[in-house]
Write a protein that binds this ligand. Structure first.
Ligand SMILES: Nc1nc2c(ncn2[C@@H]2O[C@H](COP(=O)(O)OP(=O)(O)OP(=O)(O)O)[C@@H](O)[C@H]2O)c(=O)[nH]1
Ligand SMILES: [Mg+2]
Length: 311
């Protein structure tokens, strides 16, 4: 995957009849935003997890052809009732993606209902750009339920198009890209044509570690962790090239550090091994991963920490 390893991402081409624009994927937590972006972009760009609030930042995934460039933004799920400053910052990323969208993909599921959904639909309905309703997880319900929801959203009049899909099974998505392209403005590409994302390699490394934390630990633990890559060096070992990575997991409280480590260091060992394998297949090199844990009391409400962690 070509990541962004430089700051000069703006292309200066002035191609004729080229379309380019920003398509922002919005929705409540856990509805399948990252799954859909990965399917549309054709790369494992954003981590997907069965736990809500997996995505914490806005992540670009870029689709390039000779004739168009679509810049998708995967966003965090909107937090209806933020409990700490990190969640307020996550909601800010969502609002920033209200502002630059050429097309909005609003995702809900065939099972989602309630106040948080209604409030989000209401907010999105105010955006003055073409909006598509993506009704995901249709594999979990019968046709009658899908028909009922499609006619409900048609009656709202907010959405230009409605796509009942299953992102996980890649069903119903074939018409989404061609339809988006029709709604894009004529514009030269915003990014070089071989670039797939705005994020550097280091970002994806932290995401792999975070994904494994979401899988291996329970309750509040994954939500109390932030991962930072502090050192990244390509070096040599007796068996050839090796990438040495030093990552720090910041936790909210001292007690969480011992839970992360586990009895006799078992838990952190498992986390290290799984993360190393993921990073090796991403970087296509051998990796030595040095995982450290540091306590930073209440970092989720601490302005300086949030700034350092990119919120
Ligand atoms: N049954 C079913 N599950 C799906 C589908 N799409 C996604 N999922 C699952 O739903 C869960 C959440 O998917 P994500 O793509 O991480 O959802 P998200 O909206 O990005 O979640 P946040 O980043 O937490 O807001 C994962 O377990 C996915 O495998 C689908 O079409 N059908
Ligand atoms: Mg996500």
């Amino acid at each position: 995957m070509r990541c962004n390893n430089t700051d000069s991402t703006i292309a200066v081409t002035t191609q004729q009849e080229h379309k380019a624009g920003f398509v922002n994927i919005l929705g409540n937590p856990n509805v399948g935003k990252s799954t859909l972006m990965n399917v549309l972009v054709g790369e494992h760009m954003s981590i997907i997890n069965r736990k809500p609030q997996t995505t914490r930042h806005r992540i670009l995934g870029i689709v390039n052809t000779d004739d168009f460039q679509i810049i998708f933004s995967d966003t965090p799920g909107r937090i209806h009732d933020p409990q700490y400053e990190m969640q307020v910052a996550m909601n800010r990323f969502i609002r920033s993606s209200y502002q630059d969208a050429d097309v909005v993909l609003f995702i809900t599921t065939a099972l989602e209902k309630g106040e948080a959904l209604e409030a989000h639909v209401e907010e999105v309905s105010k955006l003055d750009v073409p909006k598509y309703l993506i009704l995901n997880k249709c594999d979990l319900v019968d046709k009658e339920r899908i028909d009922t929801l499609v006619s409900h959203y048609t009656d709202l009049g907010t959405f230009q198009q409605i796509f009942p899909i299953s992102a996980m099974h890649k069903r119903g998505i074939g018409e989404i890209l061609p339809s988006i392209v029709k709604n894009l403005p004529d514009h030269p590409p915003f990014y070089p044509k071989d670039q797939l994302t705005d994020r550097p390699e280091r970002f994806f490394i932290t995401e792999f570690i975070r994904d494994n934390i979401l899988d291996l630990y329970h309750q509040e633990i994954p939500y109390s962790c932030e991962v930072v890559v502090e050192d990244f060096k390509i070096g040599e070992s007796r068996q050839g090239e090796i990438t040495r990575i030093r990552a720090v997991i910041y936790v909210n409280r001292k007690s969480q550090k011992s839970i992360l480590i586990g009895k006799g260091g078992e838990a952190i060992k498992r986390l290290g091994t799984r993360s190393r394998k993921d990073i090796e297949s991403f970087l296509q090199t051998r990796v030595f991963l040095d995982l450290n844990i540091k306590v930073r009391e209440n970092w989720r409400d601490d302005e300086a920490s949030l700034k350092r962690f990119g919120y």
